[in-house]
Design a protein around this ligand. Structure first.
Ligand code: SAM
Length: 419
């Protein structure tokens, strides 16, 4: 398949989900790392070990409710097993989706060699998300990774996992792991964890900020990004932050995004298509998040069901930042433009599809910085606006309709297209 075909409408997001080759490798690693439980007790589905299901439940509860014992739950032998066999493949598509979008928009750094810094790298999910995307793009550049985490047991698995090629993933050329607390990164030199002269093309921070920035420490995080991460990014380098699609964690990321928008040091490539204050911060009940269409592969779906997790669609929140090369014009609206008239709006869908009597509505975070309701009456559906039936949360679209206050109404001549 050509690179162009990868970006065409034929591309299905399910390509970003864990392929069988990865699931096989994770099962092998569970055995070689001595993580397999000794008893063979089975769950109600005879092919699923009850121990594994219980461990998934424990880690999940620690992630969502009982934050105090998260560290213990996630780095115990059982916790590592649950992360390896379930959370890693389940979370793989999350960072992959924004990375794929960045590639489709031509925003991935173009250098001959990619130097990746994975912060809070854990077992390697976020690095693997990138390697999956690069493989799907046919991108065969050499890749050097530095993974930092405070958990040595997780880093041991990280190194092991990346030590052999996995079918369907690009290969890394070199792997370095550093055990340490991310708080040490604060300050312009990056503290003891980074060499002062070290520069990266891409910094990945997957599902980790909420674990160390929980008490409303946005200002601390900002200092960390501005001084340290930015200082270690090449010009044109990217920072991708992925967080759970929970209200508190996502709103923390949105606040961080507003602080970054105020300071002007980094471009915001997504999800926002503007630099105005985030309109979703206005109402406490809102939070910006994304999702993937499609379902996880069978073993992951079954494990989720057995563990009582409602997880048919991966959801997550994200922020993609870019260090603008000196002298370059703003590319803030990469792939988007200001509206050509009051009736044409561009933006990203930030809600699911809300169907009610005789109409369908979605929320658009428009390039104008406004939150707009896109509305279509069922009787106005036509071949011209058929895309309206397919668009989903996270899509970047252009819509033409009639503006009524904070709504854009797609009459029978209304047009919707994906960007
Ligand atoms: C939920 S895991 C995410 C792992 C991986 N990035 C992913 O996306 O699945 C969070 C990781 O962040 C690490 N972590 C949390 N707080 C940290 C801190 N203050 N310093 C270093 N690592 C930290 C944890 O040890 C854990 O491995």
């Amino acid at each position: 398949m050509t690179k162009e075909a990868h970006f065409s409408s034929e591309f299905k997001e399910t390509a970003l989900f864990a392929p069988p080759s990865l699931l096989k490798r994770l099962a092998e690693l569970e055995v070689s790392e001595g993580l397999t439980a000794s008893t063979g007790a089975k769950s109600s589905d005879a092919s699923l070990p009850r121990h594994l299901v219980n461990e998934i439940v424990k880690v999940s509860e620690a992630y969502t409710r009982e934050r105090t014992d998260l560290r213990q739950a996630s780095s115990s032998r059982g916790g590592l097993r649950a992360r390896l066999r379930f959370f890693l493949p389940r979370d793989l598509p999350k960072a992959a989706k924004p990375l794929f979008e960045a590639a489709a928009r031509g925003a991935l750094p173009q250098r001959d060699r990619l130097r990746i810094l994975d912060l809070g790298a854990g077992l390697g999910t976020t690095t693997l998300s990138l390697l999956r995307v690069l493989h799907l793009l046919g991108d065969e550049r050499p890749i050097d990774v530095l993974a930092i985490d405070r958990d040595p047991a997780a880093l041991k698995i990280y190194r092991e996992l990346l030590s052999k090629p996995i079918e369907g993933f690009s290969e890394v050329t070199s792997v370095r792991v550093e055990e340490g607390d991310l708080a040490l990164l604060r300050g312009p030199a990056g503290g003891p964890l980074l060499r002062p002269s070290e520069r990266f093309d891409l910094v990945l921070i997957g599902l980790a900020i909420n674990e160390f920035g929980r008490k409303g420490h946005e200002a601390d995080l900002l200092a960390l990004f501005m001084d340290s991460i930015t200082g270690h990014l090449v010009e044109g380098g990217l920072v991708l932050i992925v967080e759970p699609a929970l209200r508190k964690e996502s709103r923390g990321l949105m606040k961080l995004r507003d602080l970054i928008a105020e300071s002007d040091a980094l471009e915001i490539l997504g999800p926002c298509m503007h630099r105005m204050p985030c309109p979703l911060l206005l109402r406490e009940r809102d939070w910006c998040h994304d999702s993937l269409s499609g379902e996880h592969p069978e073993p992951i779906r079954m494990l989720a069901a057995e563990a009582g997790l409602r997880d048919s669609r991966p959801t997550f929140s994200w922020l993609l930042l870019r260090k603008r090369p000196a002298g370059e014009q703003s590319t803030e609206a990469l792939g988007s433009n200001s509206p050509q008239s009051a009736e044409i709006l561009r933006g990203r869908l930030v809600s699911h599809r809300l169907a009610s009597k005789g109409k369908l509505e979605v929320q658009l975070c428009a390039t104008t910085g406004e939150l707009i309701t896109l509305r279509q009456l069922d009787r106005h559906r036509s071949s011209e606006n058929a895309v309206f039936d397919e668009i989903a949360r996270g899509d970047r679209i252009e819509a033409r309709g009639e503006r009524r206050n904070a709504a854009l109404v797609l009459g029978k001549d209304g047009v919707v297209k994906r960007l």
